[in-house]
Design a protein around this ligand. Structure first.
Ligand code: PLP
Length: 421
């Protein structure tokens, strides 16, 4: 076994051992059978909505014989563009390729710095590092979990080219302040709206405020196509570049003339067909999530131990995730998640390890771009708020399939578990 593989194995073993010993020390736990609480099936955190309409739409494309990106994708793009309120939109194979295509369209170069948050899905940071640019992490606000604009300005250097705010859990980042800072320092803003379909700030949709934005349609998302993505922008030049980059450097006319090195980041029409149906459903999905979230918010007013993610005035979350923080409780976050799961409540933690604590960034010197680009030593960095939210947040099912009875059951269960610790 190589030393590196041996190291990974022993690290895994250590963490398995740790969870085993926590198990042994646990107090006697409340069981579904003796609690008076019951749910016969797991209430999942995420559940894709697939109905006859989605199936029919896919079958229609299959029968047409035109399966790859084409007419259906064009329709999906124009409908999505109208929904978000931008001039242009183009489909991609997923949210990661939407972000990476957008970064390349902005001509971010190896060694350029892009400011982003460490409290996000790793793709936000990885798409920056993928092209040899440097992710510069800036800590988050403790209440919204979004990048803290007060810290963004301090992180700007002469190498900074762009800011990538992420609307985490569907809660819009403070775009007005971020855009102001970007404007002052002549920087691009790439909105990572991968979790924020349907989120708004004062009537402006997430994904319509930055120079360019990226959406993901991964299977758990508010609008899902299993895998899929979209780039939105008001800038025609960026749009044209994105079209080339995502399609092997072909011009708009297609064919076999190529103008730049590009990729195959296209979306199949089979997938776009699902997206069109899901887009029609999206307003109701967001409303359903918001309705459940507001019930939890109200409930948590009387639960001292749990604090919801803050939704500021004028900001409207799409509640991709409902993720309160557990603070000053007699039970650990991990134990609470585990107990909720024992009660068939699909709770989980999402970003327990913020990006800078992931092995990817701790060992950035192994990344091939490190031969030509000097990345910072992420392993010596601390982002205390991201780390604290990472340690304390938990996801509670908020998706629209969660019924009023489910919400009531979840609330009662939380109350009971917390009162018995
Ligand atoms: C914030 C964020 N950025 C980027 C991505 C990447 O999207 P995808 O998984 O579709 O590649 C995701 C997906 O979960 C995400 O949540």
């Amino acid at each position: 076994m190589s030393t590196r593989i041996a190291g990974i194995v022993s690290r895994r073993r250590r963490s398995q051992k740790k969870s085993h010993s926590t198990r042994l020390n646990r107090p006697k736990r409340l069981k579904m059978s003796d609690s008076g609480l019951h749910s016969s099936i797991m209430i999942p955190a995420a559940k894709p909505i697939i109905e006859e309409e989605e199936i029919d739409a896919v079958v229609e494309v299959l029968k047409s014989g035109m399966l790859a990106e084409g007419k259906v994708a064009r329709k999906f793009e124009s409908e999505f563009r109208d929904y978000v309120g931008t001039k242009f939109a183009t489909v991609t194979s997923n949210g990661t390729t939407a972000l990476s295509t957008a970064l390349e369209a902005l001509e971010i170069q190896p060694g350029d710095e892009v400011i982003t948050t460490p409290f996000t899905f790793i793709a936000s940071a990885n798409t920056i590092a993928m092209i040899g640019a440097i992710p510069v992490f800036v800590d988050i606000e403790p209440d919204t979990y979004n990048i803290d604009p007060n810290l963004v300005e301090k992180a700007i250097t002469e190498k900074t080219k762009a800011i990538m705010p992420v609307h985490i859990f569907g809660m819009p980042a403070d775009m007005p302040r971020i855009l102001e800072i970007a404007d002052k320092h002549d920087l691009f803003v790439i909105e990572d709206a991968c979790q924020a379909h349907g989120a708004e700030i004062s009537g402006r949709m997430a994904g319509s405020m930055g120079h360019v934005s990226a959406f993901s349609f991964y299977a758990t998302k508010n609008l899902m196509t299993a895998e899929g993505g979209m780039i939105t922008t008001d800038n025609e030049e960026l749009y044209d570049k994105a079209l080339e980059i995502k399609n092997h450097g072909r011009g708009k006319q297609g064919g076999y003339t190529h103008y730049r090195i590009g990729y195959n980041n296209r979306m199949m029409d089979i997938v776009a067909a699902i997206g069109r149906v899901q887009l029609r459903r999206l307003p109701a999905v967001v409303e359903g999530r918001r309705k459940n979230a507001s019930k939890y918010d109200k409930f948590l007013e009387e639960i001292e131990e749990l604090t919801p993610q803050a939704e500021r005035k004028g900001f409207k979350s799409a509640y991709h995730v409902y993720g309160p923080r557990l603070e000053s409780a007699n039970i650990s976050r991990d134990d609470l998640v585990e107990r909720l799961r024992e009660f068939n409540i699909g709770s989980r933690t999402v970003y327990a390890l913020p990006c800078h604590l992931q092995e990817t960034y701790r060992r950035i010197h192994e990344w091939r771009w490190s031969k030509v680009v000097r990345f910072p030593d992420y392993s010596s960095m601390n982002f205390p708020i991201s780390e604290s939210v990472g340690r304390t947040h938990l996801e509670i099912p908020v998706q629209p399939g969660v019924t009023d009875e489910n919400v009531e059951y979840i609330q009662k269960t939380i109350k009971k578990i917390l009162s018995q610790t």
